[in-house]
Design a protein. Structure first.
Length: 92
């Protein structure tokens, strides 16, 4: 889980999430760097069958796998744009 990067499909949040799997934790990540910067200590999840991510901005729950997929695409796109930046000419 430490290599995953999440994006909220509802509001586009890419900074902080509550992750419910076999444990509960809050993660913070940096969109500029594309990695997780902080992760809380895991707490036991009393409902073991839960497997979702919750966005604190819009309070929406979404599937763990869909958030990971969107995050992977985000990282791939931003790295591609960093590698081949678009040159914009100034119009005077």
């Amino acid at each position: 889980m430490t290599n995953t990067y999440f994006i909220c499909p509802h509001c586009g949040n890419n900074r902080e999430f509550a992750v419910f799997t076999s444990s509960y934790r809050v993660v913070s990540q940096s969109p500029e760097v594309g990695i997780r910067t902080e992760e809380s200590d895991p707490l036991p999840n009393l409902r073991k069958e839960d497997n979702y991510i919750e966005c604190p901005k819009c309070s929406q729950r979404f599937e763990y796998d869909s958030a990971v997929t969107i995050g992977k695409r985000y990282i791939q796109t931003t790295r591609k744009l960093q590698k081949y930046p678009q040159h914009q000419s100034a119009i005077f």
